[in-house]
Write a protein that binds this ligand. Structure first.
Ligand code: FAD
Length: 288
């Protein structure tokens, strides 16, 4: 089924993101997590993809298991950096053969050991990949959106202009980068509507469970840390269990507020953890 159809109903669409275990870890570890995540009845699950195609067989294998064994709709991520059209077509064919109908089309970041000239030889931006998928297939296509602007961009208006170009070439719905301050999203939503971007937007939420994780994430994506979260970091930085509890409460209150403000969907970055995701779902009344 095309995931875009799920957004036609009144309720927010609830989804989870998982990533394939590294090649030296047994793939079964993710299936143990999936067993537990499926009990939370998500509307769909997305599976990340290693930029440049690293670990790509595992993405397809896990996506196929989500869809064909667990009978949960699946969104398979796909990046175009360091990839030729032939590479992309191989993955798309593989996904099709495995009954996957939804793709999150991304540019990806340049992997170590490549320079920009090699990395962007055939596809420079996600929009190029989206045009390619749209022209050759009937996949439902999702793309990434950045409420605080993409880390490489220092002009949010320009970033939204590029987002509009991306949507216009064939995007069915968007998923946002994580953020910790809902006010930033509400202001982004207004700007996006003004730019005539009307596709549904699902909100990416990452529960922060320890202080190192939040430091790593903010370095990678540049998300702003609101005062309330900074207090949690200062107060519980050295207390693992208390930090995790406060992080789960923080994410839960973010989700509750977003639902109250009628967002189209919530996409929980699970980090392959089920216990904490279950707690957030309970807290927000999304599961009994
Ligand atoms: P684009 O939309 O191409 O944008 C990249 C940059 O180029 C932006 O700064 C934009 O402003 C600029 N730009 C766009 N068009 C133009 C133009 N015409 N002219 C000039 N500048 C332009 N990465 C992975 O490797 N694997 C994953 O599975 C993965 N999943 C993700 C899921 C989500 C929900 C999100 C938000 C990100 C994910 N990423 C993943 C990270 C993503 O690959 C990076 O953020 C990457 O840097 C940008 O990808 P994009 O598709 O947003 O790029």
């Amino acid at each position: 089924m095309h995931i875009s159809n799920l957004f036609n109903r009144k309720k927010a669409v609830i989804s989870f993101e998982i990533f394939p275990p590294k090649p030296d870890y047994p793939i079964e570890t993710i299936y143990k997590t999936l067993e537990k995540l499926k009990d939370l009845s998500p509307d769909f699950i997305s599976v990340t993809y290693g930029a440049g195609g690293s670990n790509r067989e595992r993405t397809v294998e896990i996506a196929s298991t989500v869809k064909n064994k667990y009978d949960i709709e699946c969104l398979s991520h796909l990046t175009c950096v360091c990839s030729s059209q032939a590479d992309i077509d191989i993955v798309l064919d593989d996904l099709k053969r495995n009954n996957i109908e939804n793709v999150l089309a991304l540019r990806g970041d340049i992997p170590q050991g490549y320079d920009a000239n090699e990395a962007f030889m055939e596809y420079q931006y996600a929009a190029n990949l989206i045009s390619h998928i749209k022209a050759k297939t009937d996949f439902c296509i999702a793309a990434a959106a950045y409420p605080e602007g993409h880390i490489e961009s220092n002009d949010l208006d320009k970033d939204i202009e590029y987002l509009k170009q991306k949507v216009d070439v064939g995007v069915d719905f968007l998923i946002t980068q994580l953020f910790f301050d809902n006010a930033l999203f509400y202001s982004f939503r207004e700007k996006v509507l003004k730019a005539d971007i009307t596709v549904p937007i699902s909100i990416g939420i990452m529960p922060v469970l320890n202080v190192n994780q939040i430091k790593r994430i903010t370095t990678l994506c540049g998300a702003a840390i609101p005062t309330k979260l900074a207090h949690i970091m200062a107060k519980y930085g050295d207390h693992k269990d208390d930090f995790e509890k406060a992080g789960i409460e923080y994410a839960s209150s973010q989700v509750e507020d977003l639902l109250h403000n009628n967002v189209d969907g919530i996409h929980l970055y699970t980090m392959n953890k089920s216990k904490q995701i279950k707690q957030i779902m309970h807290h927000c009344g999304l599961v009994t």
